[in-house]
Ligand binder design. Structure first.
Ligand code: ATP
Length: 396
């Protein structure tokens, strides 16, 4: 197996890192990529607004998902966990011990490559891995690397070095980006979920007021809560909810907010869901205590209210988006259906359901509820009583 290793401070990880990682993966024909946030000296005073190790780890995870390499990319926290000084050579030795039969490639940009001889134990580094160096700027051409490559190979004949030219290289550094973020700029140089995480955690002096976020900031913040594969669904739900709200004269902005936040706790485990239920005093019936899918709507509503200050109308639209209930409000119906029929949904009957939803909201809702009940029954899953009550109320 060919394994790429890409380390960095990732403070924060930006589109330059993501593009380089993805393109180097393809150019080298890698099977796996390991992203390794570097440990910072534990006693070093970091400026205010700096992320903790856990926050850098989470940002790197979100950036890893944005490479779209799926489960071929993994983020390792071994340097963050290491006490005392952290050297690349030690990390590489640990990885070589873990992957003795595999071909390891250490990826690095121009700055790192040009200073390799000044690292701790360069000889050991070069004996453990192959080096793949790439430009951080379009102007970093082969000639920028040739002299250094020749020098390294002459000094350490075991060195194996390949230089890559990254298509669409993004010319940015974390240092520049931190300054931009402080000045309210820079979102275009980050994966949306990483930018959202930065806003949510108030890093780099972004100072956003989470209770009054404009939609263009709430959107990336909402994405930062999701697994990457769910992003398309949530953005689709937002679009669909806005369309339905326009069609039926509901508040379009509220529909967008509810849609963006409706799945904000979906990726949490049962244990984490139950901890949130305890925190927010959410009482659960017998079925809800076992069904993860039924919990996220309730914990999601609680987070939407507590963290983002949503009003009661949005709160209940999120709360009921999985089960529905008898006598639903217009916004509750819109979120329930938008979640069901948004453009990325693809199941037998979805087009017909879409048509009915735009002809008559209640007819669409009844059809949606009936389809859910039918599907749950066919799979042998218990149907929540609120869903049955919602259907019966509409049937009159
Ligand atoms: P800082 O400005 O704080 O030095 P940085 O942007 O250089 O940060 P690091 O986390 O230190 O980011 O970099 C990790 C690795 O990513 C290094 O090998 C670096 O050369 C490479 N790298 C950084 N920015 C880019 C970029 N825009 N394109 C390609 N590679 C990059």
């Amino acid at each position: 197996m060919k394994i790429g290793i890409f380390g960095g401070t990732f403070n924060p990880p930006h589109l330059g890192h993501i593009t380089a990682a993805r393109e180097a993966f393809a150019l080298l024909g890698l099977d796996r990529l390991l992203l390794i946030p570097a440990g910072l000296p534990p006693h070093k005073e970091l400026p205010a607004g700096s992320p903790t190790a856990a926050q850098r780890l989470e940002m790197t995870r979100l950036a890893a998902e944005a490479t779209e390499l799926g489960d071929r990319v993994e983020v390792l926290d071994l340097e963050l966990r290491r006490e005392g000084r952290s050297y690349t050579s030690d990390t590489l030795a640990a990885l070589k011990a873990q992957y003795p039969e595999d071909e390891l490639w250490l990826l690095m940009g121009t700055d790192m490559f040009l200073s390799l001889q000044t690292w701790h134990e360069p000889e050991r580094v070069l004996s453990l891995v192959n080096i793949a160096a790439f430009g951080r700027r379009a102007a970093d051409t082969e000639s920028s690397f040739a002299v250094q490559r020749e020098y390294l190979c002459r000094t350490w004949p075991q060195a194996s070095i390949r230089t890559l030219s990254i298509p669409g290289v993004v010319e940015v550094s974390s240092t520049e980006l931190r300054e931009k973020l402080k000045a309210g700029q820079g979102s275009d140089l980050l994966a949306p979920a990483v930018y959202g995480y930065i806003l949510r955690e108030g890093l780099y002096h972004t100072g956003a007021d989470l209770k009054h976020l404009p939609l263009e900031q709430l959107r990336p913040v909402a994405l930062s809560y999701l697994k990457h594969k769910r992003i398309l669904h949530v953005l689709g739900t937002e679009q669909e909810a806005a369309r339905l709200a326009e069609r039926y004269g509901a508040d379009v902005e509220k529909a967008r907010v509810a849609a963006l936040l409706h799945d904000c706790t979906k990726k949490l485990s049962m244990e984490e869901q139950l901890a949130l239920c305890a925190k927010y005093g959410i009482r659960l019936d017998e079925l809800e205590q076992k069904a993860l899918k039924l919990l996220h709507s309730k914990t999601g509503a609680a987070i939407a209210r507590d963290v983002f200050g949503v009003d009661d109308e949005i709160y209940s639209a999120i709360w009921y988006h999985t089960t529905g209930h008898a006598d639903m409000t217009k916004l509750e119906k819109i979120i329930y259906l938008a979640d069901y029929i948004e453009p990325s949904r693809d199941f037998p009957g979805v087009d017909e359901l879409r048509n009915v939803c735009y002809e008559d909201l209640d007819k669409g809702l009844l059809k949606g509820l009936e389809m859910t009940i039918e599907e749950m029954t066919a799979m042998g899953n218990p149907v929540h009583h609120a869903t049955v009550e919602a259907r019966d109320a509409l049937k009159g």
